[in-house]
Design a protein around this ligand. Structure first.
Ligand SMILES: Cc1cc2nc3c(=O)[nH]c(=O)nc-3n(C[C@H](O)[C@H](O)[C@H](O)COP(=O)(O)OP(=O)(O)OC[C@H]3O[C@@H](n4cnc5c(N)ncnc54)[C@H](O)[C@@H]3O)c2cc1C
Length: 460
């Protein structure tokens, strides 16, 4: 029975484990573990996958990932529906997306090209505002804005900040990604995936051009796990995994774009969007996502989550010089100035329930600094890697993973969209590993596919 080891238990590794287990349930006759998930973090819920905003979009993506984005969006909804009350546990709701533009802009403030979007061009606020239909704008006016978001007047006392509806639940949704990851971990355990956490991958064994085993140190013991396939989904730590396990190979280059975020208790806010009654009770059916362009050009994002009980706010981002990658996600320390900046945005933007002149204390439930894995080319890498990457001669790079084993795969580089694209990524990775036809064509996401495409074009 083929064994697959997954290195990295963020949302991408967990989704891959989930679909691998779903597509190949353990046989009652053969007890060999089919899927082993290895992650050195003692706590799997301290990284980007748990602390992200959890905003999902259906069609906000560049060409290369249009199919993956749409499929994942539909899969997120299906997962929440399939799991009924359980699904509500990770707060899946359809969403409304608003674009907030401060009436007064410092010079160069509008059309922000801040660090979060430096690789993509414009901020999400600008992108959705540009794409909003007249019908949507009219609906936004009818709704009269968002009850818990403050709009300010300019210095002359007129010209209120603009809050325009730009998207609805047909194309956007919201989850709590940490709770979604907890659900995935629980499910994969139930389905027989062996979870080695904390587990440190120390080295590989090879034979005849294939990777045949992985040395893993876990809870003081080191063991060799025989394997047929390996999936590396270690986010910004992916290059380090390749350096450690395949020191003679050229590895995989993954960049990093980190960001601070805070989660606020919504108790004092007037979050009153519709609730729906279902067999399992009443729950808030829609959330509001606010994409802002503030006076100074900063483009924070703010989402009400978990059926209106909390607000997530992010938008202070850093390059790797400003915030170096820590040894593990849980070792990242927040910077006070960055958290204070987000608190200032919260004070500036949030409307509290009782307007009795008393300044309310902001209840910050959590502040975090997390690391988005990023590919220079601008879209994720999903696929099997070749012998040059591993430094293993005789490794057959064309074979797309099959039951003969030996395939090493990589799945990372989702940048600001890893939560949104996780289910589709997990499914296609599982399909590749099992040697099945993938549900959508992801050949453009293979490592180096863009170079091949450029080469072909230049020959035409
Ligand atoms: C502030 C912020 C807000 C975001 N908001 C959104 C959003 O609203 N919507 C959205 O779609 N995306 C969002 N993202 C992006 C999203 O969080 C990421 O794209 C996604 O979490 C990446 O998942 P991952 O599993 O690849 O990596 P990670 O979550 O980083 O997981 C990598 C795992 O690899 C493990 N690891 C480290 N070293 C090793 C090793 N040697 N061996 C094995 N494992 C190892 C780590 O411990 C970790 O568990 C946001 C990101 C940030 C930072």
């Amino acid at each position: 029975m083929p064994t697959t080891v997954i290195l990295g238990g963020g949302i991408i590794g967990l989704s891959t484990a989930y679909y691998l287990a779903k597509l190949s349930p353990p046989s009652p006759r053969d007890k060999t573990p089919r899927v082993v998930l290895v992650d050195p973090s003692p706590d799997l819920f301290r990284g980007a996958s748990s602390n992200a905003g959890g905003f999902l979009a259906r069609d906000w993506f560049r060409d290369e990932v249009v199919g993956l984005g749409a499929m994942s969006f539909d899969m997120h909804r299906a997962l929440a529906e399939e799991n009924g009350k359980q699904g509500r546990r990770w707060g899946y709701t359809g969403g409304r997306g608003w674009c907030y533009t401060a009436a007064v802009q410092d010079e160069g403030g509008s059309k922000n090209r801040g660090i979060d979007w430096l690789f993509e061009g414009v901020s999400r606020a600008v992108a959705i505002a540009d794409g909003a239909s007249t019908e949507m704008k009219e609906e936004g006016k009818r709704l009269g804005g968002v009850s818990w978001v403050k709009r300010r007047q300019d210095e002359e006392g007129n010209g209120r900040d603009e809050l325009a509806l730009a998207a609805d639940k047909r194309s956007i949704a919201q989850i709590d990604p940490g709770k979604f990851c907890e659900f995935l971990l629980e499910k994969v355990r139930e389905m027989g995936v062996e979870v080695r956490v904390p587990g440190v991958a120390k080295g590989v064994t090879t034979s005849g051009g294939k990777v045949t085993g992985l040395w893993v140190e876990s809870l003081g013991a080191t063991e060799l796990i025989g394997l047929d396939n390996m999936v590396v989904s270690a986010g910004v730590w992916t290059p380090k995994v390749f350096e450690t396990l395949f020191p003679k190979g050229k590895g995989v280059d993954v960049g990093c774009l980190s960001g601070h975020s805070i989660v606020l208790d919504a108790e004092e806010l007037d979050i009153t969007t519709p609730t729906v009654r279902t067999a399992s009770g009443n729950f808030k059916d829609e959330n509001d996502a606010i994409f802002m362009v503030l006076e100074d050009g900063m483009s924070p994002e703010m989402f009400d989550r978990n059926h209106g009980t909390e607000v997530w706010l992010g938008g202070v981002n850093h390059n790797v010089q400003e915030a170096p990658i820590p040894q593990l996600p849980g070792k990242a320390e927040t910077m006070k100035w960055a958290v204070d900046k987000l608190k200032d945005v919260a004070e500036r933007m949030l409307k509290f329930k009782r307007n009795d002149g008393q300044r309310k204390e902001l209840k910050v439930v959590r502040a975090s600094l997390c690391f988005r894995p990023w590919m220079d080319r601008g879209w994720p890498v999903l696929g099997r890697v070749g012998g040059d990457v591993l430094g293993i001669s005789g490794h057959d790079e064309k074979r797309n993973g099959n039951r003969e084993g030996g395939g090493v795969f990589v799945a990372t580089g989702h940048g600001p969209w890893g939560i949104s694209m996780a289910p589709g990524t997990g499914l296609v990775m599982a399909e590749m590993v099992l040697g099945m036809k993938t549900s959508i064509d992801v050949s453009r996401l293979a490592l180096g596919a863009e170079r091949e495409e450029r080469g072909l074009k230049s020959k035409l």
